[in-house]
Write a protein that binds this ligand. Structure first.
Ligand code: ADP
Ligand code: GN1
Ligand code: MG
Length: 378
């Protein structure tokens, strides 16, 4: 945890939130940003807040990204019948009417005068903490979590179907451009800046052997066979807040990577993360769980089937395998270059993450026909 009470209090004051922080804690979830819970008391009311520092090594244009999020949350709000506070993200604004705060050496600064790659510069946002909610780091084998996640992401796709994808900026260029990702990966293998290639020769060969398969969805985009939509691009079950008791999906969070993309990558990324038998960094015992995948597909199709084209429906299981291979290459690239992108808790975590994803990828390929049959059934 990097921010202390004094710093969080200063951030709250810049967002015009009066009062004193009663309690706060770091939220140890997510590989990229840094999130804190804080309860602020102004003498009358307690405000529960989510205070978050954006990783500007990953998000090079955080101002543009916050512009995307503003328009997306507004669009979703316009589609919801309920205005219940727990079902929406409400970003706080500074006196300059910005939904973010830039700090340089701990003091508010103008975004136009700073370099976001400067270590003295920080980018913060504050929004409502969704009370009595929970999110899932793994599905823990619970098909209901998968079913509700499918509903949530299917609905998300539906609610954004009439949003012009080309009007969004790409918050991370080439984010799910698998061909580009694989090219970058093999460049890092060639360069081998830290001499770590020797630790990962088997994994590198597996990725090489599947490189052509990894590019199949890009080729379909080139041929105009799959529509580009507004997609979330990071559909892990820890990016949905569910009601603690009923499992009702309240709100989808982590909208930082919402941009033009393929439906099958969103579908596939939840399968990768949650319809499996081990943790994301645990290659031992890692396999696809077809029952969980079925539960997810049922939920997803109940919301999205009517808007997906036939080609998109056929691409869903392939999307699961491709996104898993793509992420294996991203984790392994990060290991090769010295763990600059994904936060790690122990030295070889990115290597283990890549090994786990490759084990899952192999099992998905071995069960591709069953995955296709499930999608067809739903
Ligand atoms: P990251 O990009 O680091 O994954 P997230 O935006 O997903 O950041 O937030 C990290 C975690 O913080 C989430 O998985 C969730 O558990 C919790 N969280 C985020 N936003 C809220 C919120 N508004 N209310 C409650 N918990 C939240
Ligand atoms: C990162 O931020 P978080 O933990 O939700 C990553 C995703 C990966 C995921 C793997 C911006 O997501 O692309 O699939 O880790 N986000 C970014 O767990 O790169
Ligand atoms: Mg997240």
């Amino acid at each position: 945890m990097n921010a202390d009470k004094e710093k969080l209090s200063y951030i709250c004051s810049q967002f015009r939130i009066p009062g004193e922080i009663l309690v706060y804690r770091w939220i140890p979830s997510g590989h990229i940003n840094e999130a804190y819970y804080a309860a602020v008391y102004d003498g009358k009311e307690i405000y529960q807040l989510l205070i978050q520092r954006i990783n500007t090594y990953v998000f090079r244009d955080p101002v543009g990204m916050m512009g995307n999020i503003d328009r997306i949350t507004e669009h979703i709000r316009s589609q919801e019948r309920t205005m219940e506070k727990r079902r929406r993200l409400h970003f706080r604004h500074t006196a300059q009417r910005k939904n973010y705060l830039v700090l340089k050496n701990g003091v508010a600064a103008d975004e136009n005068t700073v370099d976001f790659q400067d270590p003295a510069v920080e980018f913060w946002r504050v929004y409502n903490f969704i009370e009595y909610s929970t999110s899932y780091e793994t599905a823990g084998g619970n098909p209901d979590v998968l079913k509700m996640s499918g509903k949530a992401f299917g609905k998300f796709l539906r609610q954004l179907q009439d949003f012009d994808a080309s009007s969004l900026m790409e918050s991370i260029p080439h984010f799910h451009d698998t061909r580009y990702r694989l090219d970058a990966f093999f460049r890092a293998v060639e360069e081998d800046p830290l001499g770590r290639v020797k630790d990962a020769e088997r994994e590198i060969e597996t990725i090489r052997a599947n490189r052509a398969f990894g590019c199949t969805l890009c080729e379909k985009i080139d041929r105009g066979e799959l529509p580009i939509r507004v997609t979330h691009n990071d559909t892990k079950t820890n990016n949905i807040l569910f009601d603690k008791d009923t499992l009702d999906p309240l709100v989808i969070i982590d909208l930082d990577t919402c941009m033009p993309g393929l439906a099958c990558y969103d579908f596939g990324d939840t399968v990768r993360f949650a319809a499996c038998t081990a943790e994301e960094d645990q290659p031992e015992g890692m396999a696809l769980d077809l029952d969980l995948m079925r539960a997810y597909t049922e939920g997803y199709m109940s919301e999205a089937k009517d808007i997906l084209t036939e080609a998109e429906i056929a691409s869903l299981p392939v999307g699961a395998a491709v996104i898993t291979l793509e992420l294996a290459s991203r984790f392994l690239l990060d290991y090769l270059i010295g763990d600059k992108y994904f936060r790690i808790d122990y030295p070889e975590q990115n290597l283990r993450r890549a090994q786990a994803q490759l084990a899952l990828f192999a099992d998905m390929m071995a069960h591709m026909d069953e995955m296709k049959a499930i999608v067809k059934d739903c």
